[in-house]
Ligand binder design. Structure first.
Ligand code: TTP
Ligand code: MG
Ligand code: MG
Length: 489
């Protein structure tokens, strides 16, 4: 079943909502020059015969006390986004078609939310509650009838055309109601004595295509209740993955780990870009003899977090016995779902789920930086050749100092550690950074005093994505001579 949702007198309704003085009055949203045309008329103004696209001077003639309100596109666009978001909470199969209307296929979500009229009512109610605006919804087995239905009982309407009612509705549907039937086609229709969509049924498909071209074919189908238009949600994908053939075959787990991380970063970013979450993670390993294996795992909580994808991929990898060098590695996610689909309320939130959410917020912030500054800014430093970074600035480490730092806050994302690593390597500081079980991050910095202090200062600030609550630093005894700055897992 398809729903067509269309807001009532959209721009005017937003203005009346935001300015109580405009309520219950004939208003138009419109530029205020002699050449302006009406973009929306409130329902009160429509009683005077005023409608969209009517020149303002004409509208004024029809209603001398008409109130003219200048439009505010940004405000309407913001309301539109919220409306689309509400609809997509009920089904991922939705298609916004203009600033104030969308189609939604609710066939697959009736178990979750109830029959289509109930879903429609819930959407209407949510829009009223959240935005104080009304809409009209049409329900029908096909798109074109859903759109027609939404217009049947405006404003604040809910119209359901069942499959049984379809033949009767089609018989009586004025042909000019069909999108695409303009003035010119209408003249031809009248000449053929076609008044309703049902009248089309009398004509042979060849006659219709000769008269109306491709549109004739569509009319033929519509008159029989067939509409091949599907909801266009954009590409619906079953999985997202990224793989890479290695420059040289590798055998050691650490090298593989870095590659898996870089692949997880890409997959995570694409998940978030596409507003999706996944429910399983898989890896692919191709060996030097071209044999190949894949391993899949279902995960506890839906996620779009890079860290979660990486952890699962790394876990899966560790369970594989590596007998031959690896030639290719891949990381992927599947069981995808739109992020806007409401998650059933979880009664118990496991610590793991909590930290997944933390990671996700860090990821999102990193994505914004990525969008703004480009790839280099957030390329995990761990993926760069170690030697290049391990070179210490300032020659041999004289006056070496070791400090242990504990950072708490929203800092347990993979990027926090990677960015810390990047900064440390740039500062010429060795040591490590790792997540602690209590949700904080521990870092040990070893290097020239000044550089170590620089890193402690950096921790107070953190990478832009992290919210740092507290930084505790202490001078740590340095039994170990660190060679590089590592991310520990
Ligand atoms: P519509 O949905 O066509 O109209 P509407 O929401 O104002 O009224 P209805 O209750 O009949 O659905 O258009 C949505 C918005 O698009 C409308 O509020 C203003 C804008 N619009 C224009 O700017 N110019 C136009 O010619 C039309 C038709 C709409
Ligand atoms: Mg509308
Ligand atoms: Mg509309």
């Amino acid at each position: 079943m398809i729903l067509h949702i269309d807001m009532d007198a959209f721009f005017a309704a937003v203005e009346q909502r935001d300015n109580p003085e405009l309520r219950h009055r004939p208003i138009v949203v419109c530029g205020n020059s002699p050449r302006s045309v009406v973009s929306t008329a409130s329902y009160e103004a429509r009683q005077f015969g005023i409608h969209s696209a009517m020149p303002l001077f004409q509208a004024r003639q029809r209603c001398p006390h008409l109130v003219v309100v200048p439009g505010n596109r940004k405000k309407y666009a913001a309301a539109s986004r919220k409306i689309m978001d509400i609809i997509s909470r009920f089904t991922p199969l939705m298609e916004p078609v203009s600033i104030d209307e969308a189609y939604a296929d609710v066939t697959g979500c009736t178990t979750l939310f109830g029959p289509p009229p109930v879903i429609a009512q819930k959407i209407k109610q949510t829009i009223v509650n959240d935005l104080a605006l009304t809409c009209s919804i049409g329900i029908a087995p096909v798109k074109f009838l859903a759109k027609i239905a939404s217009d049947m009982n405006k404003p604040d309407g809910l119209t359901h055309i069942t499959r049984d009612q379809m033949p009767n509705v089609i018989q009586n549907l004025p042909i000019q109601k069909i999108p695409g039937v303009g003035k010119q086609a209408m003249a031809q229709m009248t000449a053929l004595n076609i008044q309703t969509l049902g009248d089309i049924q009398r004509f042979d498909i060849r006659v219709l295509t000769r008269k109306f071209g491709k549109f004739g074919h569509r009319l033929f189908q519509l008159s029989r209740g067939v509409d091949n238009d599907r909801i266009q949600t954009g590409t619906v994908r079953k999985s997202i993955s990224s793989e890479t053939t290695l420059e040289t075959d590798i055998s050691d787990a650490d090298a593989a780990k870095n590659v898996l991380l870089s692949l997880a970063v890409r997959v995570g970013r694409e998940l978030r870009q596409k507003q999706l979450t996944c429910h399983s993670v898989f890896i692919k390993i191709k060996f030097s003899d071209f044999s190949q294996i894949t391993r899949t795992r279902k995960i506890l909580t839906r996620t779009c977090s890079t860290e979660a994808v990486f952890q699962q991929a790394w876990d899966l990898f560790q369970q594989v016995t590596i007998r031959r060098p690896i030639r290719l590695l891949g990381v992927g996610v599947s069981h995808l779902q739109s992020r806007n689909v409401p998650v059933q309320l979880e009664l118990i939130v496991l610590p793991e789920q909590d930290s997944v959410r933390q990671w996700e917020s860090v990821d999102r912030a990193m994505d914004r930086i990525y969008e703004k500054f480009g790839r280099d800014m957030v390329t995990p430093a761990v993926l760069n050749p170690l030697k290049k970074h391990a070179r210490m600035k300032g020659g041999p480490m004289t006056g070496k100092r070791t400090k242990k730092v504990t950072i708490s806050g929203k800092v347990q994302g993979v990027f926090y550690r990677l960015e810390t690593q990047k900064a440390a390597r740039q500062a010429g500081v060795a040591g490590y950074v790792k997540n602690l079980a209590d949700g904080s991050v521990e870092a040990v910095f070893q290097g020239p005093s000044e550089a170590v202090d620089q890193m402690v200062a950096w921790c107070h600030q953190g990478p832009p994505a992290a919210r740092v609550d507290q930084v505790i630093d202490e001078v740590a005894p340095s039994q170990t001579d660190f060679k590089d700055f590592e991310v520990r897992y």
